[in-house]
Structures are given as structure tokens and as C-alpha cells.
Design a protein around this ligand. Sequence first.
Ligand SMILES: NC(=O)c1ccc[n+]([C@@H]2O[C@H](COP(=O)([O-])OP(=O)(O)OC[C@H]3O[C@@H](n4cnc5c(N)ncnc54)[C@H](OP(=O)(O)O)[C@@H]3O)[C@@H](O)[C@H]2O)c1
Length: 315
Amino acid sequence: MTSSNKKTRFTALITGASAGIGRDYASYLAARDYDLVLTARRTDRLEALASELTAAFGVKVTVLTADLVAPEAPTALAATLKKKRIQIDYLVNNAGYSVPGLFEQASWRAQSDMIQVMATAVTEFCHIFAPQMAARGHGRIVNVASVAAFLPGTKGGTLYSPIKAFVMRLSQSLALEYKEHGVHVIALCPGFTWSEFHDVAGNRNAMNKLPNFVWLEGPRVVDDAHRAVENGKGPVIVNGWIYRLLTSFLKIMPENLMSKFSGRGTRNRVVKKSDQAPRAKTAQPASKKPAAKKPVAKKPVAKKVVRKKPTAKNS
Ligand SMILES: NC(=O)c1ccc[n+]([C@@H]2O[C@H](COP(=O)([O-])OP(=O)(O)OC[C@H]3O[C@@H](n4cnc5c(N)ncnc54)[C@H](OP(=O)(O)O)[C@@H]3O)[C@@H](O)[C@H]2O)c1
């Protein structure tokens, strides 16, 4: 269904709209006549996309730059929207990244920032906009989780699976709570998808060794999400047959057996030198499928974790 088929025009807020899945979501909804509010840290990227979409589809696009690491970002953004008299009918909680390496290789700041961006801000945006949608009797919320939500904890990339599992469970609860108010909520669970995600994580070289069939295209992922949320499907949407098969298998496997398998390798072993800012704020070229075989990012050297020998006192 397009926005203009309805009595009023609808507006979608998309977080992480400067790249990857968020950018694809913006293009998809603009083509269906939704007005947009785009947010991320890189204003230049957002403004270029806004101009492109307005020129192509004649939709209204508002750019609100925000770093979701800041705890006040969701309320500040909501206050700006209120001032501008923009109501949100469709929320896409998409911004995200992974912090590579073992738990103690990343600072607490890097770990807590990840929780803030990918769990707390996601929850707060739902808390702000779901009641407003419910009061109007119509709303759509797409929380971008991952197939990682189905995995047991991994060795390395420690918080990613737990955070995505949280996003999935949160979406299930909200779907139940808001269904009767006309607000559809889904957790979108893609597998590996072409975007800048693995460039930011610094593991593009390793990821490029994976076969083509494991990779999903962003526009396809977005189409699955939109169809599902429009039609009240879900609340958990897994993209692609290969990942539907994998997640069905994971559901029937005993937890401890799964843990044994996932403990064999170290996920996202590399550690970036600066774990404070997971991405440079300046524009960088998007990594897309054709570049797959070429190394995009230099592999940073993993910081060695020096463990103290246990003493009689602490052993
Ligand atoms: N790609 C995959 O294989 C894959 C698989 C499963 C799930 N996912 C999930 O899909 C979502 C989108 O990822 P993607 O693959 O599209 O990655 P991407 O191309 O790297 O895009 C990530 C987006 O998040 C934004 N972002 C990152 N940190 C932010 C912050 N502190 N404040 C505000 N915005 C921030 C980035 O914008 P700025 O840098 O401009 O701020 C960017 O727009 C994530 O939640 C990810 O976990 C991805």
C-alpha cells in the first residue's frame, strides 16, 4: 500500500538512513509516496539522499542529524519533530553496528555505547512513538534485529547476539500490546546483507570469503519487511530461505550443543584501534556487492589480551 492511497500522507522515521539497509528503506518508502524523517550522524549523506528522493518522488524529506550514543538523542529528536508538527506513522529502528573482538578487548564505553544505540534508543523510540500511533489507531514499527537473535552467545562480538535477541523479544511484546490499537510491530531478522556493516566492523576481508548465496540484497530485505508489517505478519520476520532454514534448525537444537559449536571460532576477531567511534563521521564510499572480492578495509591488528596468572588468592 502506498502513502497516497490513504486519506492522509504518512511519515516514516528511519534511523541509520545514511547507509545500507536504512538507506534502502528510505528509497523504498519514498517510491511509495511516504514523507520521510532521516537520521544518522553523517549529515552530508542524509542531505544528498533527501535531495535525491525529493527530486525523484516529490516527497517531503526532513533530515535530523543525531548521534544515538547520546542518551538524550531520542527525546531531543521527538521534541524537534513536535516543534515542526511532524507526526510519525512508521518507525524503522535500524541504526546499528557490531563491536568486534572479545569482551574485554573493547572498552566499557564502546560496549555501553552499543547498548545505548542498539537497545536503549530502540526501546525509547518505541516508547515515544507507539503510544502516539495507538492514539491515532494506526502505526508501523520495524525493529531491525538479525538472525544473530537466534544464536547462542558467541565468542567475540560478545554483545551483538544478546542485543539482537533483546530487540526480537521486545518487538514480540510490543506486537501483542499494540495489535488491538492498529499498530503493527515486527522484528526484522536478516542474515548477511550487502551494506557497510562489515567495513565498519573491520572484517570485510574475512566476510568476502563467504559464498554468494549467503548474501542478501538490501532492497529485498526491505520489501520483505514492508509487506510483513503492512499485512500484520510476524512479529518475527527472517529474510531469505537459507536463513529461515537455519533459524528453524537452531530452534530445535539444544542450547548447550549450540554453544559448543559457536564457541569453536571467534566471531569478529579483529579489534579496531579506536573503539570509541565505530565509524568515521566523514563520507566514505559504500561497499556493495561488486567490490566483494576486493579488500575494502585494512585488517587492524587485534589487541593482545594479557591475562594475569591466577594467584592463590583469586583462583
Ligand atoms: N549487514 C548485515 O549483514 C546485517 C545483518 C543483520 C542485521 N543487520 C542490522 O541491520 C541494521 C543496519 O545495518 P547495515 O547493514 O545497513 O549497516 P551500515 O551500512 O553500516 O549502516 C548502519 C547505519 O547506522 C548508523 N549508525 C551507526 N552508529 C550510529 C550512531 N551512533 N548514531 C546514529 N546512527 C548510527 C550509520 O550512520 P552514521 O554512520 O552516518 O551515523 C548507518 O546509517 C543494523 O541494526 C544491523 O545490526 C545487518
